[in-house]
Design a protein around this ligand. Structure first.
Ligand code: ZN
Length: 342
């Protein structure tokens, strides 16, 4: 059922024609109503009224929907289905997973054309789809994590949050992907350079000269898991809660760290945490930076005529694929799936 939701709602975009039939009919009739009235003034519109009545009954609405465009009516169907699926989740971690993957950009990889940097191996793709849908990825014999000896679960929740193993590789992949996108947008990027000559302290993962008017951007990337028991309770109620908490923590850490550096060195540098949840959603402070990259790409000669929405989609897809590739590998390397399983 989750797979039938749009990718922006946590699904796979495998929309159900039967579920949308009444919304499509009512929407079409509503859009064409002025033409119909002009051509057939006495047309009763009975079929459309009945379809709207069926739609309102199926949604159990106390305030019945009025005729509207299909997109608007379908949105009500998706919201109702999502709420129903969320209520059916058996654990707080599964609810946190569903909230995480339903971040509007978390499923950018689902709609990516598999080509070049957007390619995933078939095993990676099937495993990440199973993780996204909350399916059991292994048999019912949870073993120990080979990286930290903790008990594994069937759904990959420990695997994607384990602080050992591939976590550094995943972080490095996101950082490298961001740097490549900045360069495509025409920015110069310095990776992990010292904030002051000869200083061991670094400003962040990426230093982007003049990212803001007259000010450099010091970006620090972090990937956090809303599925950790310490995060899941809040993440199950509030979409993006784990990324928000990570942003606040990074800001506190850097305020403390930068207080030790002479002010004239850090002057002209603005710190921005780039927090990404392992379920795919970005923190609210990262979003304006990603939009800035997309806008710069649109205006650059490397855009190949892409409009802003296309550049924005490309930026999110590149980062999404970089993330899910490594999330899938974290799961795969801990528990090879038995034959026939995802
Ligand atoms: Zn582990």
């Amino acid at each position: 059922m989750q797979a039938q939701l749009p990718s922006r709602k946590g699904g796979l975009g495998l929309l159900s024609a039967s579920a949308l039939a009444d919304a499509a009919f009512v929407g079409s009739y509503h859009t064409a109503s002025s033409t119909i009235k002009a051509l057939y003034p006495a047309h009763p519109g009975t079929e459309a009224s009945l379809a709207l009545e069926r739609l309102n009954q199926s949604l159990h609405r106390s305030d019945p929907l009025a005729p509207a465009a299909q997109r608007r009516l379908a949105g009500h169907i998706y919201n109702s289905r999502f709420g129903e699926i969320l209520r059916q989740q058996p654990t707080v971690q599964q609810r946190a997973r569903l909230m995480g993957v339903s971040n509007p950009k978390a499923g950018a990889f689902v709609t990516a054309v598999p080509s070049g940097p957007l390619l995933l191996r078939s095993r990676e793709f099937s495993v990440i789809l199973g993780f996204r849908l909350g399916l059991a990825l292994t048999g019912e014999d949870p073993s120990q994590c080979p990286c930290c000896a903790a008990q594994l679960d069937q759904f990959g929740f420990h695997a994607v949050a384990c602080q050992n193993g591939q976590i550094a590789i995943r972080h490095s992949a996101i950082k490298s992907c961001l740097a490549a996108l900045f360069r495509q947008a025409g920015f110069s990027v310095q990776l992990e350079c010292a904030v002051a000559p000869g200083s061991a302290r670094r400003p962040a993962d990426l230093l982007v000269p003049l990212l803001f008017p007259g000010v450099d951007g010091a970006l620090d990337t972090t990937v956090v898991s809303p599925l950790l028991l310490s995060n899941a309770s809040r993440a199950a109620r509030e979409r993006g809660a784990a990324a928000s908490a990570a942003e606040a923590r990074k800001i506190r850490e850097y305020a403390s760290e930068w207080a030790k550096i002479p002010a004239e060195v850090t002057e002209g540098i603005q710190f921005v945490p780039m927090a990404l949840e392992c379920t795919g959603g970005w923190g609210s402070l990262a979003v304006p930076i990603l939009r800035k990259i997309a806008l710069a790409i649109t205006r650059s000669s490397s855009s190949y005529g892409m409009c802003y929405s296309e550049s924005c989609g490309m930026v999110y897809q590149r980062l999404s694929v970089a993330l899910v590739r490594h999330v899938a590998r974290q799961i795969i390397c801990r528990k090879p799936a038995p034959a026939g399983a995802l």
